[in-house]
Design a protein around this ligand. Structure first.
Ligand SMILES: Cc1cc2nc3c(=O)[nH]c(=O)nc-3n(C[C@H](O)[C@H](O)[C@H](O)COP(=O)(O)OP(=O)(O)OC[C@H]3O[C@@H](n4cnc5c(N)ncnc54)[C@H](O)[C@@H]3O)c2cc1C
Length: 569
């Protein structure tokens, strides 16, 4: 097959806050340098025109971005000091912070807001609006942005140096044959490729395995956030109010918590985070969120309101201990796919932006030196270590590990670490020695007997007013994939689904997927039930790739432009 090759200088994979900040910062550094050289203020040779590209699998910049989000503006201020005047889309400055403990029926307000959850000076943002805005700034600075271009494969030379990325083919039918509109993917060749794919990046996974970038690090651990936007009938919840909750509906062994943020125009943004290292094989993060809304405190807030939007996405919560090697020949890793999120504050926007900026500074030095080797690019890790990011992440390095022993020990230990600067004297050191899916127990080991599947959420009804089933919610994520293409969820051995997995775990993919992608259906030929993959529902959260107990689900990028179309999320 003939493929087009396009030579660029730097290619950023994924138009998230990390990469867009990196691309923008790099474009400016190059411009300033060239101007300084031309004016004789700086010695050296002009870099000339540096081609910077950003590829994004979504139909537009921001379409696949979902976050909370309360943003710490520290890094944005460094990138764009007058960001408010420049018109960065900010929903509201945080005016009030509440921290509630939810029992089944009561909401108990903590007399003090724990310091990590204090958000004064921060902003509630819609991250997909903010990234769309950053994309515009990049284009104005001369960066080429290519939406609908998924990075499908890394390109290496004979010495395993990364030399670019191959984008996905378009127009392949579900049998794998080219259709009339077939267009082969393009080989984007670059001196430096930057992966900013967000949590559980599909290329990051390939690259890390091939180059052993996780050697000597802890496995990454994840959570999933399930979120809805509601329109309220009145001003009962003011813009700028931030509430975080702990307790109901999570049991004390499961890491979880809720958020409720007030946006302008009577819009309520709420969601629920569940740790993807839960034990109960029948747990369903989407159902947990529906139960959260049934809590009297939340249900009361939503009374008379209307569901506007839905979405779900994973969060890489391993932090400091799970950070991979950030560089190799011709490649750098930024943002969530490089474990930059602060797990204690569940804030990763500021660290993603900062990591992108530091990557840009390292690439700029590499361009000036004309050297893109690992030796030169390790400068990025040096810059990260010398920045404010590392002390911030180091202080909370054992946060997630604390919760492996349940909520109460976790909280006690998190409080202790707050005083000790992250130390926990070996008690709860490191995130986990095992990835999260290992925590899931088999049905029998968890104590389920008989028709277990009915037991966990007995009593949860989807009334279409307060609670919604997955298909209704997926409709509100505006998900679309061309159905005549191969499924982008590769299940390596579907036999396991019908046999071992059905017996041992009751096919948990049907529950951990928040978009009803996985369904066990009666086989027309009779016999055991078989797995049906409704890939067109997929919201690209990557939970299946993370949480499958046999690790046989491989999430790869579908045809460009497919997936959710998030707005205001
Ligand atoms: C539910 C939830 C709540 C959160 N709340 C907060 C909060 O309140 N405050 C806060 O600071 N942080 C919060 N975060 C974390 C924050 O959103 C992330 O840390 C941040 O978005 C990371 O930025 P990123 O650029 O690394 O990745 P992302 O924002 O994930 O962006 C990655 C982009 O890359 C694209 N992409 C991925 N793979 C490919 C590929 N192969 N080819 C092409 N494109 C690709 C994706 O479509 C996406 O557009 C939250 C996250 C979630 C999920």
């Amino acid at each position: 097959m003939e493929r087009e090759s396009l030579e660029m200088d730097v290619v950023f994979v994924g138009a998230g806050p990390a990469n867009l900040s990196g691309a923008l910062h790099l474009a400016r550094l190059v411009k300033e340098y060239n101007e300084a050289v031309a004016a004789g203020r700086r010695e050296g040779k002009s870099l000339g025109e540096i081609e910077i590209g950003v590829i994004e699998k979504g139909a537009s910049v921001g379409a696949h971005i979902l976050s909370g989000a309360v943003m710490d503006p520290r890094a944005l201020k460094e990138l764009i000091p007058d960001f408010v005047e420049q018109g960065v889309p900010l929903e509201a400055p945080v005016k009030e912070d509440y921290f509630l403990y939810l029992t089944k029926t009561r909401a108990i307000r903590s007399p003090i807001t724990p310091p990590p959850l204090k958000n004064h000076g921060y902003y509630i943002v819609s991250l997909n609006k903010l990234t769309a805005w950053l994309g515009e700034q990049c284009e104005a600075a001369g960066v080429n942005i290519f939406p609908e271009f998924p990075g499908a494969e890394m390109l290496y030379d004979e010495r395993d140096c990364v030399v670019g990325v191959r984008t996905g083919d378009k127009g392949i039918d579900k049998e794998g044959k080219p259709k009339a509109n077939f267009e082969p993917g393009v080989d984007l060749l670059a001196k430096v490729t930057v992966l900013g794919e967000g949590p559980r990046g599909s290329l990051t996974k390939q690259l890390s395995e091939r180059l052993n970038l996780n050697e000597g690090r802890e496995p990454q651990v994840y959570s999933i956030g399930v979120k809805e936007l509601w329109e309220l009938p009145d001003d009962r919840y003011p813009a700028g109010r931030v509430t975080h909750t702990l307790g109901f509906p999570s049991d004390a062994q499961t890491y979880g918590g809720g958020w409720i943020y007030g946006l302008p125009n009577r819009i309520l943004n709420l969601g629920y985070v569940t740790g993807l290292d839960y034990r109960d094989p029948l747990l369903d993060p989407h159902a947990e969120f529906q139960r959260f809304k049934q809590h009297p405190f939340v249900a009361h807030l939503l009374e008379g309101g209307k569901l506007l939007r839905y979405g779900a996405k994973t969060i890489a919560a391993g932090g400091y201990h799970a950070m991979p090697q950030l560089y190799a020949d011709g490649v750098l890793l930024v943002g969530d796919c490089a474990s930059f999120l602060n797990p204690q504050r569940i804030k990763g926007i500021h660290t993603a932006i900062k990591s992108g900026m530091l990557a840009a500074e390292a690439i700029f030095e590499a361009l000036v030196a004309g050297d893109y080797s690992e030796r030169q690019l390790q400068r990025y890790e040096e810059l990260v270590k010398a920045s404010w990011v590392m002390p911030e992440l180091r202080k909370v390095r054992n946060f997630h590990a604390s919760f492996r022993h349940g909520r109460w020990l976790g909280l006690a230990n998190a409080g202790l670490q707050f005083i000790t600067g992250g130390r926990s004297w070996g008690l709860f050191d490191r995130t986990s020695t095992e990835p999260g899916h290992v925590a899931m127990r088999k049905l029998a080991d968890y104590g389920y007997k008989g028709d277990a599947l009915e037991q966990r959420y007995n009593g949860l009804r989807f009334d279409g007013k307060l609670t919604f089933n997955k298909l209704t919610d997926v409709y509100h994520a505006a998900v679309g994939h061309d159905e005549d293409q191969p499924a982008h969820l590769h299940v390596l051995d579907t036999n396991i689904c019908s046999t071992r997995c059905a017996e041992e775990y009751g096919n948990p993919c049907q529950r951990f997927c928040p978009a009803a992608v996985y369904e066990m259906v009666e086989d027309s030929a009779g016999g055991r039930r078989r797995l049906q993959i409704n890939f067109s529902n997929c919201v690209h959260c990557k939970t299946c790739d993370i949480m499958d107990p046999y690790q046989i689900i491989n999430w790869v990028t579908p045809e460009g432009g497919g997936g959710p179309d998030y707005k205001n999320m």
